[in-house]
Design a protein around this ligand. Structure first.
Ligand code: VAH
Length: 317
């Protein structure tokens, strides 16, 4: 069975649906510290799990006979800068609990890392898997720590630790959650609602991105890749890189009247330290990673999903 921590975040419900399709509804347990929606509750097993409470996690692992653990609980880049002590507790102390538990019960454990695990000293125009990592957010620091601790547990104790560094992830089914790349989610909601889109990054800020279906498939592929194909425990994956100006142009093909303004804030300082283009050639070589969605096809599917979800249409279409 598979336990997903922090499952009410941007990636959790989509991953649960994907894994339940493959392994059965009862074999994927979602968990978080907030009450689930009725829809989530009805979608399959959901339990309370505070990753700061080792005993609570231990009880779930034993009671549900967990074999794989996907650890999503974390404060993302921008929100982490607003509450550093909490980010240190959740992203670092919480990770320690998950690593210790995975070792104790011999779990396969997946922890996501991020383009945010790199910093201004890293090569930014084509960032390889192995490069200087001196991130300037507590989120990035905690994710470098996760990578290093996971790889240490793997080499020292044989822990089956797997990690992908994700770019910004674009999805329709959750509201943006405190990331630096979330402007690229917000623009779709504002366009379809006929609102003015105010972007908190400069129009030329290039960042690596991917559509959520590609993200979740890469996660599953990394989870099931035979050990002998893995040359490393941590891989970069990506699909595209775009600037706010480029996604505005792509969205205005669907909503020509979308009004846009730019008001860079603290998140610009974060984005200016991150990779602009990600090198994921090793994932493509070692375990056959391929993306499907590019910017135009992502816009198509995002608008069809938002319309299907009944997000109010403006008159443009
Ligand atoms: C963030 N969306 O912006 C997350 C992600 C690569 C970005 O880590 O913090």
């Amino acid at each position: 069975r598979i336990l997903i921590t922090g499952s009410l975040g941007q990636l959790g419900s989509g991953l649960a649906a994907l894994l339940r399709e493959k392994y059965g509804r009862e074999n994927v347990i979602m968990s978080d510290i907030i009450k689930p929606s009725k829809e989530t509750w009805k979608s399959g097993p959901y339990v309370f799990a505070d990753i700061l409470d080792f005993k609570c996690l231990q009880e779930i692992v034993v009671t549900y006979r967990i074999d794989w653990l996907v650890h999503f609980s974390a404060l993302l880049s921008a929100i982490g800068e607003q509450n550093v002590p909490l980010a240190i507790r959740v992203n670092i102390e919480g990770l320690h609990n998950v690593m210790e538990l995975s070792k104790q019960y011999d779990l396969r454990v997946f922890v996501p890392s991020t383009i945010g695990a790199f910093g201004p000293d890293s090569p930014r125009d084509f960032t390889p898997n192995v490069a200087i990592q001196r991130p300037r957010t507590i989120y990035g620091v905690s994710k470098v720590h996760a990578e290093l601790l996971g790889e240490y547990y793997h080499h020292k104790f044989g822990l089956d630790f797997r990690c992908l560094r994700f770019p910004g992830v674009i999805s329709a089914d959750t509201q943006p959650g405190g990331g630096t790349t979330d402007y690229a989610v917000q623009i779709f909601h504002d366009a379809i609602a006929g609102e003015h889109f105010e972007c908190y990054l400069r129009p030329d800020t290039r960042l690596p991105m991917m559509y959520i279906d590609d993200c979740l498939r890469s996660l599953w592929e990394m989870l099931v890749t035979p050990e002998n194909l893995l040359k490393r425990r941590t891989y970069n994956v990506t699909a595209m890189s775009f600037t706010p100006a480029e996604i505005v142009a792509a969205v205005q093909k669907h909503f020509p009247d979308l009004k846009v303004s730019y008001r860079p804030d603290d998140r610009q300082k974060i984005a200016d330290t991150w990779p602009k283009v990600f090198d994921d050639s090793e994932a493509r070589r070692d375990w056959g990673w391929r993306h499907v969605y590019d910017l135009p096809s992502m816009c198509d599917i995002m608008f069809s999903k938002l319309r299907a979800a009944g997000v109010e249409n403006n008159t443009a279409l």
